[in-house]
Design a protein around this ligand. Structure first.
Ligand code: PGA
Length: 257
């Protein structure tokens, strides 16, 4: 399976979000085998986008979650509220939260525990080094901090998005050749730290993904999918990315069956 996650960030009103969801859905028209596509609007648009996605082959994700199921956390949206809104995936630890909002590693770990405890939410944990930092030690420290004390349901997926900070919103993506060894490194580290088997861990790439470069990542069997920011707001771009993922899913299917 391949995943395409659309992170719309702090953009679009409710009506615009519904319109973009409808437009994005058109990319799957007439397609038999499709990748898992997850649309992540702002909290304000979750309910309406959920209605738009009902009985379609796309899922709903949130861009963030509070540190717990419910409680006295002014301004936060908890795991229980996301479940109630029909959300099934949650992005956490995005570098914009880690850096711009100085979100501490312990808080990210608490968020991951809250999502891990939910029966219906799948976490998408973002990791990645800023410019000038050595990649593997940086990622390892983020993984160790996030997975600390985590007891993980054996049947649950854990998704990890490798997003080098220098690639996000810069127009300078990593290359598939850069990402493949990182996938192996992350899977081995997650197994070592939390005992989660490699088959249950999906590793995605994010950072300046476009319709022009998506296929090169998606065709790599080790790269499970893409986390897409600005290109997911542009109809032609997101259609191109989804088409690339559909092509790969169909080829995989004909090779493997
Ligand atoms: P970008 O953002 O695709 O605009 O680089 C990716 C992300 O922040 O997840």
């Amino acid at each position: 399976m391949k995943y395409v996650i659309a992170n719309w960030k702090m953009n679009l009103g409710v009506r615009e979000s519904v319109a973009l969801a409808r437009g994005t859905l058109l990319a799957l028209q007439g397609k038999e085998k499709v990748p898992e596509i997850i649309l992540c609007p702002s909290f304000t648009a979750l309910s309406e986008v959920k209605k738009t996605l009902a009985r379609t082959r796309m899922a709903l994700g949130a861009q963030n979650v509070g540190p717990g199921r419910a409680g006295a956390f002014t301004g936060e949206v908890g795991a229980a509220q996301l479940e109630d809104a029909g959300v099934t995936y949650v992005i956490l630890g995005h570098s914009e939260r880690r850096i711009t909002f100085a979100e501490p590693q312990e808080v990210i770990a608490e968020k991951l525990r809250a999502v891990a405890d939910s029966t219906s939410l799948t976490p998408i944990l973002c990791v990645g080094e800023p410019e000038g930092f050595e990649r593997n030690p940086y990622i390892l420290s983020e993984l160790k901090a996030a997975l600390k004390g985590l007891t993980y349901n054996r049947r649950k997926k854990l998704m990890i998005a490798y997003e080098p900070v220098w690639a996000i919103g810069t127009g300078t993506p990593a290359t598939p050749g850069d990402v493949i060894p990182v996938v192996d490194f992350i899977k081995a580290a997650v197994k070592e730290i939390a005992g989660i088997e490699e088959e249950r861990v999906q590793v995605l790439y994010g950072g300046s993904v476009t319709a022009a470069n998506a296929y090169a990542f998606l065709r790599e069997p080790k790269i499970d999918g893409l986390l897409v920011g600005s290109s997911s707001l542009k109809m032609q771009e997101i259609h191109g990315i989804i088409n690339a993922a559909c092509d790969v899913v169909n080829v995989q299917d004909s090779v493997w069956h």
